[in-house]
Structure formats: structure tokens, C-alpha cells
Design a binder for this molecule. Structure first.
Ligand code: HDE
Length: 705
């Protein structure tokens, strides 16, 4: 009964206004007597093209066959242009709940009414690769949100990194041409490690700060669910009094910020190119919604010039020490799509889509984006793209825009304003009557020029701030990432320019990379390092999020002769902590325990790899003899250790792990001849089975570091 109540509650929860709206256009396959053409006539045969025959042997195919032509023609036109950037991605539904109204900053309904559930659709993506590229490549991740508010759609088209490569939108085609595959051979796919990208970066000092982020672990997230989101650009909020504040938007994941390690990311790109897509789908389908806290950083207009950086410069963060984050809401993603093309491929975001109470700023990147997104949808989807089910608002739409390719609605009545019926008057009067200044009367001083302000010319302060704020292991990863990338360059002078660029950030960084890639080691810093740090930059700053095994994937390895009680105890303990457990066996058809019971594993040792899991555990039993003789199992253990994953071993399996990891630093339970679990470099061993749940807990805490 309790389960039924939960189910009903869940169903209600997932039923946002937008899901109900989409239902009008969502069909089960109709129950008909059989197959029909698009114009509804019966199809007699869908396997044989109509042919001229001699009665026994088929001759040429006839063009006359409308059924065949329709089938082929529809297939020929199934694809639409992929997104020019962010082509690879996936999307899911959910909702936004405001937890703290902010009328002092904005009169937007979605930022004032805490009783509302605002439906959202979120699309996560990579930037460089095409639609079929791998999920785990080193890249920025898109984090685009469409809020279907009662006052119209609001899109925050953000990334998982809070800054960008360039300051002015006019440079966008250049940076994208540079990072996309080289024009002469379309290489590389899903990677920035090539000459043209670094040629551009080395000549574009404003990209230095962003480069630090992209070479950090941020660019290889463990999951979409474990990354932050940022609006990046500076927007504005307008309150009922007509006062304006500058604002930046932030999303902080409930599960903390976690990344893969580079070796793992590269392997996964081949072993499971859909790794992130699957992770999200599996979590949502198993009833584990993904959650983020929504925060704003707000600055009154009067403080616009109070900082040594320009607050409208998208290559700069607003350090949290200077402008604290105010948590005001929750984003919950809980529902996968019914059909990928009509929802994920056809969803279209526009930075220009804001709601009353939210405004733009003069951020030159944002201004250009406001043109580009709307424009690109015309190529992808045509002029009536906002009528598509996934894009249409849940509030009424009423204006006199008409016609164009693929118009869906049939609208009766007048199509112009003013009209004699007074239909659809602009709403300015209503806003004024309610005392609201809907469009902020910003004073503009006008001299036509192409320029950037003096503060836009400073490019290294925050690149240094970022690097200084990283913990030693994060710096190490960044140095290795840069060494990997620059290693792929074909031109030595691009390498030298890059080392010089890095030397504007940190001499040690530049020197170590130079040493690795064979460049000239710079003698002294190009400019002094200010030594300052900021919070919210290191991923470890999210350590306040209590480490949890919730939704973490843990593999249990077994072969014939495994200890059933141990196996079941470990499994139950992990499941009770809401982990996802995969049993990996010597064969999928069935593995026999010491007591004779047969368990069917989820995968065999060649069918999945340690890269797909966050931790591995091996129960005791005679099966360790079989496991020890299997090279792939040894590889599982060594690879998991190499990727800094927790490894748990019980009973006889302690010896197996000990033999697989012959490292003098590691301590194993049997060294102490005790029933207590021993935890050493993430390897947790226990001779006894009396504490599987405590040990499972310990395993994850250790490995989370
Ligand atoms: Fe985009 N960007 N962008 N971008 N962007 C697109 O719009 C553009 C920028 C971002 O899941 C395109 O619908 C310009 C910053 C995401 O559908 C295009 C500039 C940020 C997505 C476009 C930028 C983003 C896009 C291609 C420089 C983070 C995927 C397809 C001024 C705040 C949205 C499309 C989705 C997609 C233009 C820079 C994020 C061409 C001109 C900064 C998440 O319109």
C-alpha cells in the first residue's frame, strides 16, 4: 500500500504543467488494423518494392511505387542540421522551486512565488564534438535551462564553467573555428588538443583564465549530476520600484562536484561513449532525481565600478568573498524524455528569452548571444520553431506573427494591430497601472566606436587566482592536462607561445609543462603572481557536501566458489545506502557460490570495465583462486586503484588484492591479524564479515577524497 501511495505521489510530482502540455502531442502507437501511408491508406507490403516481373522473376523497380518512395523519401530527410556548437548532448524534464522570494531585486513571478512549481527542461552538452561524439571528452559542458513560467519562457543558457574564452561575441566564430576539427582533415573529434586551438589561445590573452578552467578537472566531470552550472553572463534584475541590480546565476549540485581522472575519461570515450547520458537516465529512472541549489550573486547598480575587474566581462568571476551567493531555489530533474528527437533535438534555447523582472546588461558577449541563438534556430528548425511542443510556453501566446514554413496553428480572426476589436493590445498600460517599469530606462551615452574599456584589457589576475586556489593534486592534474594537449601540437612556435602564456599565470606551471613537452623553460614569471586565492574554485570547496554513496555505482566481483553470505551482506549494505550495485562475474549465465546457489551476474569481466564504476568490492571464498588466475580481474583491480577508486576486499579476497597491488605503502587487514577493517590509500580490507555495512561506508568515504 505504502508503495502504491509513493507511486501516485511520484506520478503527480512528475506531472508538471509542461508535461501535461506535451501530452496533447504525445501518442502511443495507434491501434489500427495495420500499417498505413502518411496519407492514411493501407500498406499491403513494406518489404518488397513494386517491380516489373515476368510473373516469377523480378525485373526493375518501378518509380510508381508510392509506398516505397514515401518510405525512402521520409528517411532521406530525417536529419536536421546539428547544432553548430554543443551538438552532443541530452535533455531531461524537471521543475524549479523557489525557496526564498527576492522582491527586493526582481518582480518576476518565478522569483517571487514560493508556492509555484515551475516546469523546466534542461539540456547538458559538450561543445566541440559532433552529435555522435563521446560524452567524457575534455570540454566545457553546456547547462541550458528552459523555465516554462506562468509569464513566458525564461532560458538560462549556461555552462559548467563560470567564465568564457572571449569577451566580445564578435570573436565567437574565431574561437569555435579554432577549436573545432581542423578544416583540412576534420581532425580531431571531441578534443581541443590540436594546433589551431592553441594557435588561437596563444595569441588571445583574454582566453587565459578560461583555459585554466578547461584544463582543470572541471572539464572531465564524473556525471552531469556532479557539476555546477553558471549563467556566465551578467544579467540584471528589476524590482517593482524600477531599481536595477546586476546578477549572476549559479547551480550547485546536491551530490558535490566530482570529476573523472583523465585516463578514465579517455578510456570511457571508447568503452562507453554514452557514459554521461546513461548515468543521468539510469539515475532518474531508478527514482533518484538530480538536484541543484539555485543561487544569485547580486550587485546594485551603484557598485558597478567598485571592482578591479569589469563586472560585465565574461572572462571574470565575481569572487564569492566580494559578492556572496544567495541561495534562493532548487532545481530538480526527475523525468526522462519520451522521444529524443522531438524533445532533445528540437529544444531551442535563446539567451534573449527572459521574463519581465529580468533584464540584460551591456555584457558584450551576452549582447551578441542575444542575436545568435534566435538566428541559429531559424537554420535548425525554421521560423515557427517556438510552436514545437517542447518549445512552446505553458502560458497563452497572443500576437500577430503569422505564416512561414511549417506553421502549425490555425488562428481565426484579425492578424494586425490596432484592430477594431481591440484584440491583443500590447500590455504596457497594464504594467504601468500596476506601477511596474517593465523596461528599465537605461541611460545610453552614444559615441559609435569599436572599443573595450580599460578593465577589459587585464587578463591574468583571475587566471592566477584560479591556479592559486587549486589544491596540489588539482594543480598536478592541470599540469598533466596541459602537457597532454600541447604534446599534440605540430608547430613548435605555438608551444613556445603557450608556455609564455602559462608563464603569465605561474612559473612553476609553465616550467613543468615546458619540461614535459620539450619547450624552453622560462626563467622568471612574466608578471608577478599576486598570491591571492578565492573560495568556490577548488572542487574540494564542495567538501561540505557530506560524502555519500547515494547513486554511486559499485561493482562486486565474483567467480565460482564465492561466499554467498558475504556477497549478499555487502550487496544489501550498499543498496540500503542507495548505491547502484553491479555484480560482475566470470560468466553471465550463472556463477555458483560455495554453498551451491547460482547467481546471475549483470556483466561478465570482459563485458564491463572498472571505468564504469566508482568502487569495487570482492567478497571472500574459494573463488579468489579463479579470480587470481584471470588477467582481466587483475586489470580490474589495478585499473580501479590507478583511477583512485576505493577497493574493498573481504576474507580470502584480501590476498587477491594484495597480490594484484604489490605496493609497499599499502597496508592490508591481515598485516594486523585482526577482524578490524584496515583502510589504506582507499583500499579497505577486512578478514571478517561481521562489519560489511560499516566497511562499505568506510570504503566510500576514503575513496571520495
Ligand atoms: Fe552558445 N551557442 N554562444 N554559449 N551555447 C549555441 O545556439 C553563441 C556561449 C551555450 O543545449 C548555439 O541553439 C555565441 C557562452 C549552450 O541547445 C549558438 C556565443 C555560453 C548551448 C550559440 C556563445 C554558451 C549553446 C548553437 C558568444 C555559456 C547549447 C545551437 C557570444 C554561458 C544549447 C544553439 C542547447 C549553443 C552562440 C557563447 C552556452 C550558435 C555567439 C558564453 C549551453 O547560437
Amino acid at each position: 500500500m505504502a508503495q502504491v501511495v509513493e507511486k501516485v505521489k511520484d506520478t503527480l510530482l512528475n506531472e508538471t504543467k509542461k508535461i501535461r502540455d506535451l501530452r496533447q502531442d504525445t501518442y502511443d502507437l495507434p491501434v489500427t488494423e495495420g500499417m498505413t501511408t502518411d496519407h492514411g491508406t493501407a500498406i499491403l507490403d513494406t518489404d518488397n518494392w513494386l517491380k516489373a516481373t515476368d510473373g516469377t522473376n523480378p525485373g526493375p523497380s518501378l518509380l510508381e511505387d508510392q509506398v516505397a518512395r514515401e518510405k525512402i523519401m521520409r528517411f532521406d530527410h530525417e536529419r536536421i542540421p546539428e547544432r553548430v556548437v554543443h551538438a552532443r548532448g541530452t535533455g531531461v524534464h524537471g521543475y524549479f522551486k523557489l525557496t526564498k522570494a527576492i522582491p527586493e531585486y526582481s518582480y518576476a513571478g518565478v522569483l517571487n512565488d514560493t508556492s509555484r512549481t515551475t516546469p523546466v527542461f534542461v539540456r547538458f552538452s559538450t561543445v566541440q564534438g559532433s552529435k555522435g561524439s563521446a560524452d567524457t571528452v575534455r570540454d566545457v559542458r553546456g547547462f541550458a535551462i528552459k523555465f516554462y513560467t506562468d509569464e513566458g519562457n525564461w532560458d538560462i543558457v549556461g555552462n559548467n564553467i563560470p567564465v568564457f574564452f572571449i569577451q566580445d561575441a564578435i570573436k565567437f566564430p574565431d574561437i569555435i573555428h579554432a577549436v573545432k576539427p581542423e578544416p583540412h582533415n576534420e581532425i580531431p573529434q571531441g578534443a581541443s588538443a590540436h594546433t589551431s586551438f592553441y594557435d588561437f589561445i596563444s595569441l588571445q590573452p583574454e582566453s587565459t583564465h578560461m583555459l585554466m578552467w578547461v584544463m582543470s578537472d572541471r572539464a572531465i566531470p564524473r556525471s552531469y549530476r556532479t557539476m555546477q552550472g553558471f549563467g556566465v553572463n551578467t544579467y540584471t534584475l528589476i524590482n517593482k520600484k524600477g531599481e536595477r541590480h546586476f546578477v549572476k546565476f549559479h547551480w550547485d549540485p546536491e551530490l558535490g562536484v566530482h570529476s573523472l581522472v583523465w585516463d578514465e575519461a579517455q578510456k570511457l570515450a571508447g568503452q562507453d561513449p554514452d557514459f554521461h547520458r546513461k548515468d543521468l537516465e539510469e539515475a532518474l529512472n531508478s527514482g533518484a532525481p538530480a538536484k541543484w541549489t539555485f543561487s544569485v550573486q547580486v550587485l546594485p547598480e551603484s557598485k558597478e565600478n567598485d571592482f578591479d575587474f569589469d563586472i560585465l566581462d565574461a572572462t571574470k568571476i565575481w569572487p564569492e568573498e566580494l559578492v556572496p551567493k544567495i541561495p534562493i531555489g532548487e532545481l530538480i530533474l526527475n523525468r526522462v524524455v519520451d522521444e529524443f528527437f522531438t524533445e532533445v533535438e528540437q529544444v531551442a534555447f535563446c539567451t534573449s528569452h527572459i521574463v519581465p523582472g529580468v533584464g540584460f546588461s551591456d555584457d558584450p558577449l551576452l549582447q551578441g548571444r542575444n542575436f545568435s541563438y534566435f538566428d541559429t534556430q531559424l537554420t535548425r528548425l525554421g521560423p515557427n520553431w517556438e510552436e514545437l511542443p517542447i518549445n512552446r510556453p505553458v502560458c497563452p501566446v497572443m500576437n500577430f506573427n503569422r505564416d512561414g514554413a511549417m506553421r502549425h496553428k490555425i488562428t481565426k480572426g484579425v492578424n494586425y494591430w490596432p484592430n477594431r476589436f481591440g484584440t491583443a493590445a500590447p500590455q504596457g498600460k497594464k504594467f504601468h497601472a500596476e506601477g511596474i517599469i517593465a523596461e528599465y530606462p537605461q541611460k545610453i551615452v552614444g559615441i559609435k566606436q569599436r572599443l573595450r574599456s580599460a578593465k577589459f584589457q587585464e587578463h591574468y589576475n583571475q587566471a592566477q587566482l584560479f591556479y592559486n586556489s587549486l589544491h596540489p593534486h588539482e594543480k598536478d592534474h592541470l599540469i598533466k592536462a596541459l602537457s597532454f594537449e600541447l604534446n599534440k601540437l605540430e608547430e613548435a612556435d605555438v608551444v613556445e607561445r603557450m608556455i609564455d602564456r602559462l608563464n603569465h599565470v605561474d612559473n612553476d606551471l609553465a616550467s613543468q609543462v615546458a619540461l614535459n613537452v620539450g619547450g624552453e623553460i622560462p626563467k622568471a614569471l612574466a608578471i608577478p603572481n599576486h598570491g591571492k586565492k578565492a573560495s568556490g574554485i577548488s572542487q574540494d570547496d564542495f567538501g561540505s557536501v557530506i560524502p555519500t554513496i547515494k547513486s554511486r555505482k559499485i561493482a562486486i566481483l565474483i567467480a565460482d566458489g564465492f561466499d554467498l553470505i558475504g556477497y549478499e551482506g555487502i550487496k544489501a549494505a550498499l543498496l540500503s545506502g542507495s548505491a547502484v550495485v553491479g555484480t560482475i562475474g566470470i560468466r553471465k549465465s550463472g556463477v555458483k557460490s560455495a554453498s551451491g546457489k547460482v547467481t546471475k551476474p549483470d556483466f561478465h569481466f570482459e563485458g564491463d570495465r572498472s571505468t564504469s564504476y566508482d568502487a569495487i568490492i570482492i567478497p571472500g571464498g574459494e573463488h579468489v583462486k579463479v579470480l587470481a588466475a584471470n588477467g582481466r580481474v587483475i586489470h580490474w583491480i589495478r585499473e580501479a586503484f590507478g583511477h583512485c577508486k576505493p577497493i574493498g576486499a573481504f576474507g580470502e579476497a584480501v590476498d587477491l588484492v594484495k597480490a594484484a597491488l604489490p605496493l609497499s605503502q599499502l597496508k592490508f587487514a591481515d598485516d594486523y591479524n585482526s577482524a578490524e577493517a584496515v583502510s589504506s590509500y582507499g583500499v579497505v580490507t577486512a578478514r571478517s564479515y561481521s562489519l560489511p555495512s560499516a566497511a562499505a561506508d568506510l570504503v566510500i568515504k576514503e575513496g571520495d577524497t
